[in-house]
Design a protein around this ligand. Sequence first.
Ligand code: FES
Ligand code: FES
Length: 211
Amino acid sequence: MDTTNDKNEKPSQNGKKGLSRRGFLKGTGLATAGTFAFTNSLFANEASTDTLAIAGPDANAIELTINDRKVTTLARPDETLVDVLRERLEMTGTKMVCGRGACSACTVMIDDEPVCSCLTLAVEVQDKKITTIEGIAKDGKLHPVQEAFIEEDAAMCGYCTPGMVMSCVHLVDNTPNPTIEEVKHAVRGNLCRCGTYPHVFKAAMTASKNV
Ligand code: FES
Ligand code: FES
């Protein structure tokens, strides 16, 4: 999937937005005789070429590996993974709620570890394996955690559900026969305003018997 056909944003030819030292000096008006010595020392450690490449502030092409597929898209350097997933790739299974690491609704797996995608910059995970809620069903079959969430009626409004599921998947895939305490620990950061916790705990226990 290549989503670089964004009408408003185009990466530079080499995939990076370049800002040369000369361009920087021109733009800031620092390239005057009086300030040259200062700027020379400012850039003393810079490579000798005059083509220092700086990513941003506009979007550049990046490559991500999501659910075992290479995906090329655009992202600004300050763009979070959840925004890239939802807004650029239209992978809206991952939810964005608080946007500040407080609720875990945005949980995805990075290299098989659950992380908040609202606290993760997309450019930082280009060499990582990203797994989203869309990627845990295999060969048309739901993951046992997904099956158990249905069976145990563990979702109400559903906003916390993808994050809850991802945390439970990590638990049952890595901890055989977890205790209820281990289940509670696994979803300790996942907040549910609908109060589905007892159903979630039950679903995780059920799923652990079916992985
Ligand atoms: S949306 Fe990421 S932690 Fe709440
Ligand atoms: S099901 Fe509504 S927030 Fe958890």
